[in-house]
Every structure is written in C-alpha cells, then in structure tokens.
Design a protein around this ligand. Structure first.
Ligand code: MG
Length: 398
C-alpha cells in the first residue's frame, strides 16, 4: 500500500473554527495518497464521508448480518443500520466535545465496511481459511476497501480518503500487518493513540451495539426483561421507567429504557472525557496521539456496568443456541465456498477470475487466496447463500 500522502487544500467552507485545539483539523491533515483539487461545495472530511456513502461496499452492508441473519426479520439491525446508529451517537459525542464531526461521521460510516457476511462467525471462519495466507482481519479489510478495492474513480483505485479517515478506519491491526502498511501502520508499532474522532467512534460503536443487541435480542425472544433486570445498567433504568409510567406497554417501555441507557452512557462518557482532557491538557491533535492512553473513556462505575452488560449479552445472546446454529451453518457455507474457489478459481464469475489471476501472477498462492478472500468478504449473506447453492447445487439455507 502506498504510504505517500499529498497535502489537501482547504477552502472557505472549512469549519475548523470553533473546534477544540485537540480536534483534527483539515488544514493540518496529512493529506490524500493522490493529489486532487479542493472540493468547492463541501469540506475535505465531508468529501470523505460522501465517498463512503456512494461506495458499493457501503450499500452491501444492508444485507450483511449484525447478529441476526438478515432474512430472519425486517426489524433487526443489519450492518447498515448499525453503522448509521454508530454515526448518530458518535457525531453527538464529537459535537459536544468540539471535535471534528464530519471526520467522526466518516469513520463511523466506514468502520464495518470490511465485515464478511454472517457477522463474527463469518469473520472467524474466513480468518481460519486464510491462516496460511496472512489471515483475515475485518479492520484491515475495511482499509483495503477504501484504499484499493473500490473501483470508481478514473485516476486511482480506492476512494483516496484523507490520512485521518484511513487512520480512524484501521481500528485494530496485528503488528505483522502494521509493518507492511507504511505510515498508516506506524501508530501500532509506536504504540500511539488514534485521533479523538477515532476514539469517540470506537466507543460509539460499543454503545450502539450493546443497546441495539438488547433491543433485537428482546424482539427475537432470545432474552427476556426479567433476565435483563439482573444487569445493573438495565435494571436501574427499568425501575425508573416502570415507576414513572406503570402502565406503559412493553414495546414502548423497552424503547424508553434503552434510550435512557444510551443517554446515561453518553453523559458519563462526556463528563469523564472532559475530566481526562482537562488533566492531560492536550493542546494539539499531536498531543492526543502521543498521550500514553486513550483520552475518551467512562468512569469506573460505568465501565463496570458496561462490562456486566457485555458479559450478559455474550452468555445469553451471542452464544444462544439459535444464534450458534446459524453460525455453524454460516461457517460451513464460507468454509466450503473458500475451499471450492481456491481449488478451482474457474468457478468464479469471469470478471473476478481475471482479477484473482492478476493477483496470483503478482503474489502466487498468497495472491490467489487474498483474491478469493476479497470476493467472499464482499458478499452479502444472501449472495453467499446463493453462490453456495450455485456451486454445490444445493438449496441449503441458514
Ligand atoms: Mg461496528
């Protein structure tokens, strides 16, 4: 991956005024990989966000599993609605902290672009399939999509996003992979922090999924309100809502409880983060990057309550028999697709055969495997099922 960056040219729409000194500012951006004229109707980080919204990987999130397979019901979150919720929560936090809202939104909308079909089950099995070929990491895949895989622009592959957007998208990365990434991988080697916009989005992601998984889990009937009342953060809001509105129908009560949980989490996050910022007193984005730890965080009490909720969800929802059954079927689909395609790339659609062949010419077996992994990771749930049916002539469903 090319690590050369080109400075971006700010225009009169630049809205850095009013930002905190530790926010990311376009005029200090490390720039884009390929030089481009400044946009004339929006700012540079807004342009990044718009490129994500118009990408095909973003549209495919609509049919990718968050926890529940997309066709289990129209009311459940998908990766797309999850990403929109993450953007909403993260933008609110960023605005309150006087951080760069457009950059935060870009990172939030892009943070799950590299996810495989079938949620974490899909990612785990694809990583296993790729174990002799450099593995598969969904964060790295998100970066690969915006840097290389989107084919939309005449002058370059990928979306040519600014350094700060790319840095935020690459939330985690193994050291082995970081060493291959040039400038963007350096922070993992030097153990530096990402910008505050990326730190906010990281927690915005957590707030969104913990709460919407409670909502979806209740809707699916996999967990109950009684069970959730064993979890402090839920039971506190449950008792406030039921005392204030004793006759509230259950559906409304659930929404009322969840919106209050989000509110107390965000409020705690803002007050703790403001304290951390005051203590560390960063005067620039660079101070944030060099700080020994993250500067966005919860109070100890909120951290403990969130951990309890996460443990509850892991035990009762993510490892529920119904979710496990779905995961086993999904893993089987991906495992068998991968092995069929790597053994016989002629099973791929023609256009894809050509690109995998090119990668194989450049990088041998590693290239071929990466091409197949790109193809599978880009699939929606239903496309993976239909490709599996096409290749194996079955009518298996998840
Ligand atoms: Mg996410």
């Amino acid at each position: 991956m090319n690590s050369t960056v080109q400075p971006i040219h700010t225009n009169s729409l630049n809205i850095s005024d009013g930002l905190a000194p530790y926010a990311s500012r376009e005029e200090q951006s490390l720039g884009r990989q390929f030089p481009e004229p400044a946009p004339n109707t929006r700012t540079e980080f807004q342009r990044d966000r718009d490129r994500i919204v118009h990408s095909s990987a973003f549209r495919r999130l609509e049919y990718k599993t968050q926890v529940f397979v997309n066709h289990e019901g129209d009311m459940f979150r998908t990766r797309l609605t999850h990403s929109i919720e993450v953007a909403q929560i993260s933008r609110s936090i960023a605005r309150a902290l006087k951080l760069n809202e457009a950059l935060t939104e870009t990172i939030a909308l892009a943070h799950d672009l590299g996810h495989t079909p079938f949620g974490h089950a899909g990612q785990d099995i694809l990583n296993q399939c790729m174990k002799n070929y450099g593995g598969f990491e969904h964060n790295l895949q998100s970066l690969r999509i915006v840097d290389e895989l989107e084919e939309k622009y005449a002058d370059f592959n990928g979306l040519n996003l600014s350094f700060e957007s790319r840095e935020g998208i690459l939330k985690h990365c193994s050291l082995t992979n970081a060493k291959k990434l040039g400038e963007i991988g350096k922070r993992f080697i030097n153990k530096q922090q990402p910008g505050l916009e990326a730190q906010v989005t990281n927690i915005g992601d957590e707030i969104a999924y913990n709460n919407h998984d409670v909502d979806d889990g209740l809707r699916a009937g996999l967990i109950t309100i009684d069970q959730l009342c064993e979890v402090k953060i839920f039971s506190r809001q449950h008792s406030i809502v039921m005392t204030t509105y004793p006759k509230l129908p259950e559906k409304r009560a659930i929404h009322e409880i969840i919106r209050r949980i989000i509110n107390v989490q965000v409020t705690d996050l803002l007050s703790t983060t403001n304290k951390l910022l005051k203590k560390a007193n960063p005067t620039s984005r660079n101070d944030v990057l060099m700080h020994p730890g993250p500067l966005v965080g919860y109070s100890n009490e909120m951290q403990t309550m969130n951990l309890e909720l996460k443990k509850f969800l892991r035990k009762n929802l993510y490892r529920h028999r119904r979710v496990d059954d779905m995961s086993d079927k999904a893993k089987n689909i991906i495992r068998t697709l991968f092995s069929a395609l790597i053994n016989d790339p002629k099973l791929l659609p023609l256009e894809r055969q050509a690109s995998v062949h090119k990668m194989e010419e450049l990088d041998g077996d590693m290239g071929r495997a990466r091409g197949i992994a790109d193809y599978i990771a880009g699939m929606t749930d239903r496309f993976a099922i239909s490709e599996h049916e096409r290749i194996f002539n079955t009518s298996e469903s998840t």
